[in-house]
Design a protein around this ligand. Sequence first.
Ligand SMILES: Nc1ncnc2c1ncn2[C@@H]1O[C@H](COP(=O)(O)OP(=O)(O)O)[C@@H](O)[C@H]1O
Ligand SMILES: [Mg+2]
Length: 150
Amino acid sequence: MHYSTSGLESARRHVGDEVRVVIESDSDIVLAREHGRLIGKKLGFSATDLTLIATAISEVARNILVFAKNGEIVIREINEHGRTGIQIMAKDNGPGIPDIALAMQEGYSTGKGLGMGLPGSRRLMDEFQVISSVADGTIVEMKKWVNKNG
Ligand SMILES: Nc1ncnc2c1ncn2[C@@H]1O[C@H](COP(=O)(O)OP(=O)(O)O)[C@@H](O)[C@H]1O
Ligand SMILES: [Mg+2]
């Protein structure tokens, strides 16, 4: 006989570590990376994964700085369907991305970058979503699961 624990699980979904880092200078990007590594390590990610997570955080935080001037990175533990993972949200109220599909293409940049930040981050993480509008700005949500194949 199985008892459903889904109610409890959803109540616990966002309990745990949560860190918000305001992004408005280069040093804030470093801080966000470090928090990503700390939380990721606590959740049991491998050293390699911690580097991938920190790299993805750098890219979305850099985009906040370059394209929106300021915003925030929210990093937290997530628990869904018995899996543990890390969620990173990059939020800003900047100019938004008019064509998300175009922005996700490798080599596309409206700035001086290489246009690899968003597509690269998508590859590094397990789940990747961009919500953006010219009116409200941009949210990039990324997730990576611990022991995905374990
Ligand atoms: N937070 C953001 N706000 C507005 N536009 C963004 C944001 N992040 C990315 N973009 C848009 O998406 C494009 C691609 O981003 P990215 O892949 O990181 O490349 P790069 O930063 O090298 O231009 C950017 O050139 C920009 O037009
Ligand atoms: Mg970029």
